[in-house]
Design a protein around this ligand. Structure first.
Ligand SMILES: NC(=O)c1ccc[n+]([C@@H]2O[C@H](COP(=O)([O-])OP(=O)(O)OC[C@H]3O[C@@H](n4cnc5c(N)ncnc54)[C@H](O)[C@@H]3O)[C@@H](O)[C@H]2O)c1
Length: 381
């Protein structure tokens, strides 16, 4: 491998176009986006044109045979995550797979095993860990400033926000509803901030209370009620091996006037911390005091580059200034993509470890099982 990572993207839909491709394009010194794939040929072709890619495919197995490839992003719906990830790792490639990691624990375990066999990076697209607030809370937790964290609560709630594109609403293809889509981020960031304790038991409930209601106004388009068979809301109490507990609530559809509500709050013996809004509290002489630090400013956007469809600037070596304004684009930095590239180039540890997201998968599967049986589910695998 050269010092530039050559990357392909499998699945050329919303997240590939909105985050992964721009994230790679924002790192021209470290990586080159060379190929994409989508089962829909018109999508793959348009994506290749938009991002100026040399190759596009409709079968991901063909993309994996491209000799110059070092890494792939997997941006398909969840039912494809395991097969594409294992095939890519077995082909000797590093993998950034979108969340949720997989459809179930067994699939996630296959992915962890494949990464171990291949000795390649496998990481999952949980970008919330990279927010300045999450990073600051993690530093405070790791420095022991909050003491022993024994309780946390997290939520990802929308009042009328069920996605209506793709297969988000079909259990067999997506694995579930808001828990899989947005609750998974809340769980991931909270469990990571708690120090990644091992989940041992879950008591949960799910409801499909509103999606089939005639006349329901959904902000993200009209719900296909014939196909929609996932939950509208999931809630759980999770217990960990260190005795800590976590309350989770997540929903796409709720009878509340706020458009959304997302929070994560950790409580320790010496203090507490919160994301959205960011706050750190410490016990000072027996009184809880607000000791929230300033957050660092966001990283500046990278220099402008020629738009893919524009002719190359005459003197590329002159850098950003050489790109005529009307033919220049700014690709926004994506910290999770950036960290993946650094990890694949051997310059950093991945921030999101697959063993950690396997534990998130364990919690989600136990929650669904608990909701089905009405019983507490112990996690033993
Ligand atoms: N990290 C985040 O915040 C975030 C945000 C949105 C979506 N996602 C995740 O990203 C994934 C994709 O979501 P999306 O919104 O881009 O969905 P999407 O429906 O817009 O795109 C998925 C694409 O995959 C293609 N596809 C399906 N099967 C395929 C196959 N066998 N081979 C190649 N391509 C195939 C589809 O044709 C489609 O173009 C999901 O797992 C989703 O949960 C993550």
């Amino acid at each position: 491998m050269t010092d530039k990572l050559r990357v392909g993207i499998i699945g050329s839909g919303g997240i590939a176009e909105g985050a992964h491709a721009p994230g790679y394009k924002a790192l021209p010194d470290d990586c080159e986006l060379v190929a994409c794939c989508d089962v829909r040929p018109e999508r793959a072709k348009a994506f290749a044109e938009r991002f100026d890619l040399a190759h596009w495919y409709t079968d991901y197995r063909e993309l994996l045979t491209l000799p110059e490839l070092d890494a792939v992003s997997i941006c398909t719906p969840p039912f494809m995550h395991r097969d594409a990830t294992v095939a890519a790792l077995d082909a000797g490639l590093h993998v950034l797979c979108e969340k949720p990691m997989a459809m179930n624990v067994a699939e996630a375990q296959d992915m962890v095993a494949a990464a171990g066999r291949a000795g390649k990076v496998l990481t999952i697209g949980h970008q919330q860990r990279f927010s300045p607030a999450a990073q600051a809370v993690k530093r405070a937790v790791d420095a022991g400033e909050l003491g022993n964290i024994y309780y946390a609560k997290t939520a990802a709630l929308r009042n009328r926000g069920a996605p209506t594109w793709g297969v988000f609403h079909i259990k067999e293809l997506n694995g579930g509803g808001p828990l899989i889509d947005i609750g998974v981020h809340a769980l991931d960031v909270t469990m990571w901030l708690m120090g990644s304790p091992r989940p041992v038991a879950v008591f949960g409930a799910t409801y499909m209370a509103l999606a089939h209601r005639p006349g329901l106004q959904n902000r993200m388009g009209t719900i296909n009620i014939e196909e929609y068979d996932v939950e509208d809301l999931a809630a759980a109490l999770v217990r960990f091996d260190n005795g800590a507990t976590l309350m989770l609530e997540t929903s796409w559809l709720l009878q509340m006037t706020e458009r959304g509500n997302a929070y994560t709050q950790l409580f320790g013996t010496e203090g507490s911390a919160r994301l959205d809004p960011f706050q750190i509290v410490r016990d000072v002489d027996g009184v809880p005091e607000d000791v929230t630090p300033e957050l660092p400013p966001p990283a500046p956007d990278p220099p402008k580059q020629p738009a893919p469809s524009a002719p190359a600037a005459e003197d590329a070596s002159a850098g950003a200034e050489a790109v005529p304004a009307e033919e220049a684009v700014t690709w926004r930095r994506q910290p999770s993509v950036e960290r993946f590239v650094q990890a694949a180039l051997g310059r950093a540890e991945p921030l999101v470890k697959p063993e950690e997201t396997l534990n998130v998968q364990r919690v989600m599967n136990a929650l669904y099982q608990s909701a089905e049986t009405g019983q507490l589910v112990e996690i033993t695998d």
